[in-house]
Design a protein around this ligand. Structure first.
Ligand SMILES: [Zn+2]
Length: 149
């Protein structure tokens, strides 16, 4: 599968999260071309504010491999990760991070603290942004528009 196809899976997870009443963000972890973790946001379902899509997908992937790190794996997520998730991605030793839409309000990669550019960051993934960003951003806009009505 190609980059856009993995991101399409992340968008599926985002859509499913939205249907469960969660903020529609989805993430997929891929190792050697195989999906080893995939999740949408689950903060409401789990009553866990740390259950962002990236974190839950990383947990699933680590469980699948039976290890705490995901060296060589890539993570696809529909929105720029927040600072917490940017850190988790670094700690998990993710090789490449692909994300969809930028998040000027809550992002921690290319906005906010720019976690990977800090001297306290000891592993920075390669970052590719803007993948299927229009769909990712539109899904979030629709969700928050629905919330306001
Ligand atoms: Zn996050």
């Amino acid at each position: 599968m190609k980059t856009n196809e993995f991101m399409a899976l992340a968008l599926d997870e985002a859509r499913a999260a939205g249907e469960r009443g969660e903020v529609p963000i989805g993430a997929v972890v891929v190792l050697d071309g195989t999906v080893i973790g995939r999740s949408g946001n689950r903060t409401r379902a789990l009553n866990d504010i740390t259950a962002h899509a990236e974190i839950t997908a990383i947990r699933m992937a680590c469980e699948a491999l039976g290890q705490e790190r995901l060296t060589g794996a890539d993570l696809y997520v529909t929105l720029e990760p927040c600072t917490m998730c940017a850190a988790a991605i670094s700690f998990a030793r993710i090789r490449r991070l692909y994300y969809g839409a930028e998040d000027p309000k809550g992002g921690g990669v290319d906005n906010g603290v720019r976690f990977y550019a800090q001297p306290t960051c000891h592993h920075a993934p390669e970052v590719y942004s803007g993948i299927n960003e229009v769909q990712a951003a539109e899904m979030l806009r629709e969700f928050f528009r629905g919330k306001r009505e």
